[in-house]
Design a protein around this ligand. Structure first.
Ligand SMILES: *Cc1c(COP(=O)(O)O)cnc(C)c1O
Length: 352
């Protein structure tokens, strides 16, 4: 069935093994982030085989799917008040920044006869989640008074909202906060988690501050790209995921629409340049499945020129290949495209 997202498990396993080894050489373990592919268990299996230390996702539903694996599971997004029971049930560790939620987790853990581990998140400039460093003492004291909560570690998230790049200053500050907690409260903090795919470049430059014990690769793992500067990382596969879509119409037409131009399907007034006659292919995929700007055709002589909700139009005038109706076009995907494609129920997923 098409459109189809093809997932190469061998390449994903090799990416995981490569990243895990690089991190281990620096005394760092990894929690691999599965949200970009909706935590499809068959795909996560490749990551477990590649040697990840933990699996992590933003959604409890996804962690539930990952219950079949024998590695610790981590909830990355701060729990919603309504889901604390599920969090305690399906996550070994959750990221937190709100005392009211942590108290609710404590009650849920008590009710289930369990201890629940948390990572206390710090906002060190990116302005997404986390407490401010000066709030540390009040929060730690309160957390330590909760019988069924274990303060497992501290963490920071960067380069997500504010675009702040991880460096010696912000990650050094996190490591210093961890040391203060260990010294002042005699807590055995097991984890200092220093960011996502944007922190990886610090290893290559030998600039990772001492005391960071964990990283959380997502995009790096699935697309082979670090996200501080957007560079492809040598030795990693960038084609773990590829999209196949089928040609449903192929005709030579004008490049300029004929008639008075009003609005397109999304309320925008389109502008066109006259390139004369064009060989145009339509493939059976659209904006309901993916934003076309996140796709790159493997055939570098063809160009996506637009898409409505269910049709994507491609200029194949300059391709050397003889395409025909029924042929399959292949595309590389970026992070946004991957999120959408794995979420769309209209896109077949084939892991092989
Ligand atoms: C999504 C997410 C990650 C993974 O981010 P990438 O940029 O894909 O590596 C790591 N940590 C948290 C808290 C996240 O929400």
């Amino acid at each position: 069935m098409y459109p189809k997202l093809v997932i190469d498990k061998q390449k994903l396993q090799e990416n995981t093994a490569n990243i895990a080894k690089t991190c281990k050489d620096h005394g760092i373990n990894i929690m691999s982030v599965t949200k970009s592919f909706c935590a499809i268990p068959e795909v996560a299996d490749a990551i477990v085989k590649g040697g990840t230390d933990m699996l992590a996702d933003s959604r409890v539903q996804n962690l539930k799917k990952l219950s079949v694996f024998n590695v610790p599971r981590v909830l990355l997004r701060l729990p919603m008040a309504h889901e604390v029971e599920e969090v305690v049930k399906y996550a070994d560790i959750s990221f937190n920044s709100e005392l009211s939620t942590i108290k609710a987790l404590n009650e849920a853990a008590k009710a289930q006869g369990k201890k629940h581990s948390i990572v206390l998140m710090f906002d060190l400039g990116d302005l997404r989640e986390g407490i401010l460093p000066e709030q540390m003492p009040t929060h730690v004291e309160e957390i330590l008074s909760l019988e069924n909560i274990v303060l497992y570690g501290v963490g920071v998230n960067l380069t997500c909202y504010g675009g702040v790049i991880p460096d010696e200053n912000n990650l050094g500050e996190l490591a210093a906060i961890a040391d203060r907690i260990r010294n002042e409260y005699k807590v055995d903090l097991k984890m200092v988690t220093g960011g996502n795919s944007s922190s990886y470049y610090l290893l290559g430059e030998k600039r990772m501050p001492k005391g960071i014990t964990n990283l959380r690769p997502g995009e790096l793992l699935v697309l082979g790209r670090e996200t501080a500067y957007g560079n492809i990382v040598e030795g990693l596969h960038t084609d773990v995921f590829t999209l196949n879509a089928q040609i449903i119409e192929l005709k030579t037409k004008d490049s300029l629409p004929k008639g008075n131009i009003g609005m397109d399907a999304f309320g925008n007034k389109p502008v066109f340049t006259d390139k004369g006659k064009m060989v145009r292919a339509i493939v059976g995929i659209g904006r309901q499945d993916v934003n076309p700007s996140g796709l790159t055709p493997y055939d570098d002589k063809i160009e996506i020129i637009g898409a409505s909700s269910d049709h994507m139009i491609i200029d194949i005038t300059h391709s050397g290949q003889e395409y025909k109706v029924g042929d399959i076009l292949t595309f590389n995907v970026d992070y946004g495209a991957l999120l959408q494609l794995t979420t769309s129920e209209y896109v077949e997923k084939e892991a092989k």
